[in-house]
Design a protein around this ligand. Structure first.
Ligand code: SF4
Length: 235
């Protein structure tokens, strides 16, 4: 097994990193897909490396219709099977019965509680048995991601390897690749959305606003993670 130092030294083009990951970890490797531009790019790149690569997605129960449409477009274009994971039914029922439907706007703690039930717990389930997972995260996306590496040790999830092949890419590069390959994308991007999560916690941004400004817009920038990508990773 490679040490955290060895892993941090692994760098290359996104395709090189994906090919290395497939060689090292398949079939105990999966792509976490939220149908962002970045995730669609990774699905496209993986078709040339490992078309039967596992892809999982979290259906939080609060996603936009446009996100499901993008998921279907992806499934039809590539014939991929998407492993959907849902939150625990009893946890959601308890949350909504006791706190209402928009408790996440009331405090940071309440927001984290909702993200925990709808995202963090299902993610942990999706990662069970894996040695590594792939995300579409990029450094440019958020003040919480400025130290992101292409390959990291994910201490939060038991020390498995976390791959962020597009860590270095800019937004312009992402759009250029999407257009060059005519990839399907969530049509909310055409309505001013720059980062897309759950419907009630995401809005379009204005010109000049940071791309993550539309996520949990009532919170400070340093709080804008949902618990899926907490960085207690070794580098
Ligand atoms: S993004 Fe909003 S609706 Fe989705 S899980 Fe988090 S708090 Fe709940």
């Amino acid at each position: 097994m490679k040490s955290a130092t060895d892993i941090a030294a692994i760098r290359g083009s996104p395709q090189d990193v994906l090919a290395w990951a497939v060689e090292q970890f398949h079939p105990r490797l999966a792509l976490a897909c939220s149908f962002s531009l970045e995730d669609v790019i990774l699905v496209h790149m993986l078709q040339a490396i490992r078309p039967d690569m596992r892809i999982f997605a979290l259906d939080t129960g609060r996603l936009n219709e446009e996100t499901f449409e993008c998921a279907e477009a992806l499934r039809r274009r590539y014939g991929v099977k998407i492993e959907w994971h849902f939150p625990d039914r009893e946890d959601v029922e308890r949350l909504e019965r006791e706190q209402g439907l928009f408790s996440f706007r009331e405090s940071l703690e309440a927001r984290h509680a909702c993200c925990h039930i709808r995202k963090v717990v299902p993610l942990a389930r999706a990662l069970t048995g894996l040695q590594a997972w792939i995300t579409g995260m990029r450094r440019e996306q958020s003040v919480t991601r400025t130290e992101l590496r292409q390959v990291e040790v994910d201490v939060v999830h038991g020390g498995i390897t976390k791959l962020n092949p597009l860590a270095d890419w800019t937004t312009d590069e992402v759009w250029a690749y999407t257009r060059e390959h005519k990839l399907p994308y969530n049509r909310l991007y055409d309505s001013g959305y720059a980062s897309i999560g759950c419907a009630p916690c995401t809005r379009a941004i204005q010109a000049g606003e940071h791309p993550r400004a539309g996520r949990w817009w009532w919170e400070n920038p340093e709080h804008k993670e949902c618990g899926l990508h907490v960085r207690h990773t070794k580098r």
